[in-house]
Design a binder for this molecule. Structure first.
Ligand code: ATP
Length: 228
């Protein structure tokens, strides 16, 4: 193990990201950009060198070795993300060690349903499937129905889409979108790129962007209004 920065005590709102591949590195950088302290770990020296300037701490280590995790003080972290996908054995061993060491909030990415099932059986608190999730989101985007598609829950979604032309020029209060379609317009874009919260008096303009939330089926129907 080589540690390119001195170990220091971490406060309770710190994160460790294990595996600095495409997913792990993007996640770690975004956490740093949001003002968090992030320890990144990978056993690939080159990746560690690449990421070191962007992260609070960056360490080359094999996380399937318990003594390495203990030496790094992993048990002091509140949240860990195991961003190892292809090497299932390393993902499982690492996750199980994190749980054994008492990390309170363990997240792990799974590359397949069976991988995810094993992680859940181990007790991993949050198992995510980034490729599956992104595939589902992008399906709605490539079909041209939405510009963004964000599942909030099993059956509740938030989308960014265009105002269907039938509402052109109408105030939101007259469009009766909630009563007719069972979905709620949350925000509108006046065409200058700026979103503002939607009010009853907000005028809808065909082709302008809106953010709409609601159960999946009615929302899908609403987004297809201009495609019918
Ligand atoms: P991505 O799609 O995010 O690039 P992936 O799903 O292909 O990643 P892997 O290639 O298995 O996942 O692993 C991601 C990173 O985790 C790699 O950079 C790899 O070097 C690192 N890694 C794998 N096993 C270990 C381990 N035991 N200890 C530390 N790092 C590891």
């Amino acid at each position: 193990m080589s540690n390119n920065r001195k170990r220091r005590s971490f406060n309770s709102a710190t994160f460790v990201v294990i595996g600095l591949g495409r997913f792990g590195s993007a996640l770690a950088k975004e956490l740093v950009n949001s003002g968090h302290e992030v320890l990144g770990i990978d056993y690939d020296e080159k990746l560690v060198q690449q990421m070191a300037p962007d992260l609070t701490h960056c360490v080359k280590a094999d996380t399937t070795d318990e003594s390495v995790l203990v030496e790094l003080g992993i048990q002091d972290f509140d949240t860990a993300m195991v961003a190892i996908g292809a090497d299932i054995e390393a993902s499982i061993l690492t996750s199980s060690l994190l749980l054994q060491l008492g990390v309170k909030n363990v997240w792990a990415k799974a590359n397949s349903e069976s991988h995810g099932r094993i992680l859940r059986q181990l007790g991993v608190h949050h198992v995510i499937f980034p490729e599956d999730d992104m595939g589902k989101r992008v399906a709605h985007m490539v079909s041209g129905e939405t510009l963004e598609y964000v599942p909030i829950d099993e059956d509740f979604v938030m989308v960014k889409t265009y105002v269907p032309h039938i509402f052109d020029g109408m105030p939101l209060s007259e469009a009766k979108i909630r009563a007719t379609y069972g979905v709620t317009v949350v925000a509108t874009n006046s065409g200058d790129g700026k979103y503002t919260p939607a009010f009853p008096e907000t005028i809808l303009h065909s082709g302008h962007q809106i953010v709409v939330a609601g159960p999946k089926a009615p929302l899908d129907k609403f987004c297809q209004l201009d495609h019918e």
